[in-house]
Design a protein around this ligand. Structure first.
Ligand SMILES: [Zn+2]
Ligand SMILES: [Zn+2]
Length: 416
């Protein structure tokens, strides 16, 4: 599907997931998959594929049409492509991993992983807790039972691991606490975000505000960004964490926790046999978002580069499964691409600072005009790169006297 714009590709993926609903039994379709409307999705997908042959989906549509008629073919299709986006991965030692795609926020899909093994049913990430997130989790479990024949129920989860404290990955823990007896496990650096959420929101919002002032974001823009930052966090109430994880800990039947700070302070990967669940540390297409340590310690590019090297060194990883997007067949190459991308961006930021620039200047030169939550993500990303270059002594502060005199200075950076 190369050379297809992201929007079209996402639309095609979404329609495919819905069209695959045709492989579900009528009972499941009626109970959990009514929103899929597979026939409608299939005809829209057909139109899209005719208009945009470069999507390369004609074969898959044909396979889907054939699969509908026959049990063996539908099993083959399910094994290869999944059903309603749910995919199965077999790991040695009798472990099965299911990828459950969940729409956590409008048009934002997270991959929740269900790990089934003798004696344990684990969930790696839990969705956002939004209506669509709950709907898709229920559908995912139904597909695992109906198509793949597993005895899997959400209520029977015994261990839930939150990969990092971003709301699209952990918001569903409230549901989890109500409906299951699962032990909730989170890395110790992110546990307090979930167990002391009210405090975290207040403090983080203050730190973001200070960062935005110093970055030189104009006041009205800043107010909008702060509103966005806190608004996305009003619907969650603190939940007790049962186990604070550390690097090297084992969960479930002996799966190793790998602490990879950078994208988030308590970001972890989980090694399940020869499969690495990478969450937002490594993704197939987008480079995971970076923020400056000025907002939260244990983030920033220095940590991130270290954490990339850490997973690159792992032996025997044959497949990586991210918190979003598709599986990654070659983890090392993807790690190298992401690291190269950031090195390139660092060079670019340094070039931009050929004259004194605020982080807001750097941001607009890097990303151009942004909208909505994108404004906040862009300024954080720019801030992470400027901060790293400054820490390395490759940028200096150009208005030091002014910074010394003022209470709330906009800091200007210049290349050394
Ligand atoms: Zn994240
Ligand atoms: Zn994420």
């Amino acid at each position: 599907m190369a050379r297809v714009d992201t929007k079209t590709r996402k639309k095609a993926e979404w329609l495919l997931r819905r069209a695959e609903g045709a492989l579900l039994s009528d009972a499941v379709l009626a109970a959990e998959g009514a929103h899929l409307a597979p026939a409608d999705a299939e005809s829209r997908l057909g139109e899209l594929v005719r208009e945009r042959p470069e999507l390369g989906l004609a074969d898959r549509l044909e396979a889907l049409a054939r699969a509908r008629g026959e049990v063996t073919r539908s099993k083959e299709y399910a094994e290869r492509y999944g059903v309603a986006g749910v995919r199965r991965f077999l790991v040695r030692g009798g472990i099965t991993i299911y990828l459950l795609p969940v729409e956590t926020f409008p048009h934002h899909i997270n991959n929740v992983y269900l790990i089934l093994e003798p004696g344990h049913a684990l969930l790696f990430d839990v969705g956002s807790g939004s209506d669509s997130s709950r709907r898709d989790l229920a559908l995912g479990f139904a597909v695992v039972r109906d198509v793949f024949g597993e005895d899997a129920r959400f209520e029977a989860i015994d261990t839930a691991i939150v990969s990092h404290a971003h709301i699209d990955h952990f918001g569903g823990v409230s549901d989890l606490k109500v409906r299951t007896a699962a032990r909730l496990c989170v890395h110790e650096l992110d546990a307090r975000v979930i167990s002391g959420f009210e405090e975290r929101v207040v403090i983080a919002t203050k730190d973001v505000e200070v960062f935005l002032r110093r970055a030189g974001v104009a006041e009205d823009e800043r107010r909008k960004m702060i509103a966005l930052y806190s608004a996305s966090r009003t619907f969650f109430k603190s939940v007790e964490v049962d186990r604070a994880l550390r690097d090297g800990d084992l969960v479930g039947g002996g799966h190793r926790v790998i602490h990879v700070p950078g994208h988030c302070p308590g970001q972890i990967c989980l090694l399940v046999g020869d499969v690495l669940l990478t969450s937002d540390h490594v993704l197939a297409r987008i480079t995971p978002h970076q923020f400056p340590q000025a907002i939260t310690p244990f983030g920033g590019l220095e940590h991130y580069f270290h954490s990339l090297a850490k997973v690159r060194k792992l032996d025997l990883v044959n497949l990586a499964l991210g918190g979003h997007e598709e599986p990654i067949a070659d983890l090392r190459s993807r790690v190298d691409e992401i690291a190269a991308f950031h090195r390139e961006r660092l060079l670019k930021v340094r070039e931009i600072c050929d004259a004194p620039r605020s982080i807001a200047d750097v941001c607009s030169r890097l990303f151009g005009p942004q909208e909505g939550y994108g404004t906040l993500l862009a300024i954080e990303e720019a801030g992470a790169h400027v901060e790293y270059l400054h820490a390395l002594g490759k940028l200096r502060i150009a208005n030091l006297d002014e910074v010394a005199r003022s209470d709330d200075p906009v800091i200007l950076y210049e290349r050394r």
